[in-house]
Design a protein around this ligand. Structure first.
Ligand SMILES: [Fe+2]
Length: 290
């Protein structure tokens, strides 16, 4: 078994441990059946590691999907409202949906490891810390401190949420063009897929310093739009739902592409998971407000 596959499987087991830890706060009758399901899932993964089975990318994806399926069932069956509520300061680093080396040669395993394990993790920790400090803040304290923690929440929260979208926006089986309704809407709003791709590519390359490019669904106008953001949060177009996001921070490409961000952005299209973007788009369309 390839060492990266093994590390990924271990990461999934760790993720399952965290899910079980969260589950332990639920009623015992509720948690028991799921506890067993998670245990079975972990045991299957452990067996694969012990047997040193060689797994294809598809098989790895299925293992991860099985785990997510269990989590979705737990969330769907939890009693009461806000079943997905995450407590203040309790955000967790989600596992990557594929192995560290799965996006090679377009994005190297070294980048993925550093990006996910170090950078994304620090945003999760920063957000948790900011939330706890905001919760502790009282009106008798300095407002500048509150402003500081609000900024920390915005920066780290946007960092955490965008990276979570970013990992799922990519896939080793990605690239090509989107299908179905998303493609029709892209043609309607940007005239053609190529025109959209050109706009998105140029927008990503134009970001000053560090930041992101995004394809967003504008709820209020019923149109798709391309938007860039500096850092994770500056000049953000709020009240939109990111559908496809591209990290153009140096840490996302420098080890492999050095200063050639343009090349990174061009190559990145080969790993775009359009099924995931399509799914986000379809679900976003069910939302209405006003
Ligand atoms: Fe990043």
């Amino acid at each position: 078994m390839n060492v990266h596959t093994e590390q990924y499987l271990h990461a999934l087991i760790n993720w399952a441990d965290e899910v079980q830890q969260k589950l332990s706060h639920s009623h015992r009758e509720f948690q028991l059946p799921y506890w067993r399901e998670i245990d079975n899932w972990k045991n299957d993964i452990q067996a694969k590691i012990d047997d040193k089975q060689e797994l294809t990318q598809e098989e790895m994806y299925r293992v991860k999907e099985d785990g997510e399926q269990i989590l979705q069932t737990i969330l769907a069956n939890r009693k009461g409202k806000n079943t997905k509520r995450i407590g203040v300061g309790e955000h967790q680093l989600p596992p990557l949906p594929y192995a560290y080396d799965a996006l090679e040669p377009y994005i190297s395993k070294e980048i993925m490891r550093l990006h996910h394990d170090k950078h994304h993790k620090s945003y999760v920790e920063g957000l948790n810390n900011a939330e706890k400090m905001i919760q502790k803040w009282t009106a008798s304290q300095n407002k500048q401190m509150l402003r500081h923690w609000m900024r920390e929440q915005s920066f780290n929260g946007s960092g955490h949420f965008l990276h979570t979208i970013f990992w799922n926006n990519m896939s080793p089986n990605g690239g090509g063009t989107p299908k179905g309704q998303l493609m029709s809407k892209i043609k309607e709003d940007f005239s053609s897929f190529d025109a959209f791709k050109k706009l998105f590519t140029n927008a990503a390359q134009s970001v000053q310093g560090t930041g992101w490019a995004m394809l967003v669904w504008e709820l209020q106008s019923g149109r798709l739009a391309v938007q860039t953001v500096e850092k994770h949060n500056m000049y953000a177009l709020w009240d939109v739902i990111p559908l496809l996001v591209l990290d153009v921070w140096e840490h996302a490409y420098y080890l492999q592409y050095e200063t050639d961000r343009n090349k990174y952005v061009e190559n990145w299209w080969n790993v775009v998971n359009w099924d995931n973007v399509n799914d986000r788009f379809n679900r976003a369309q069910t939302l209405t407000w006003l």
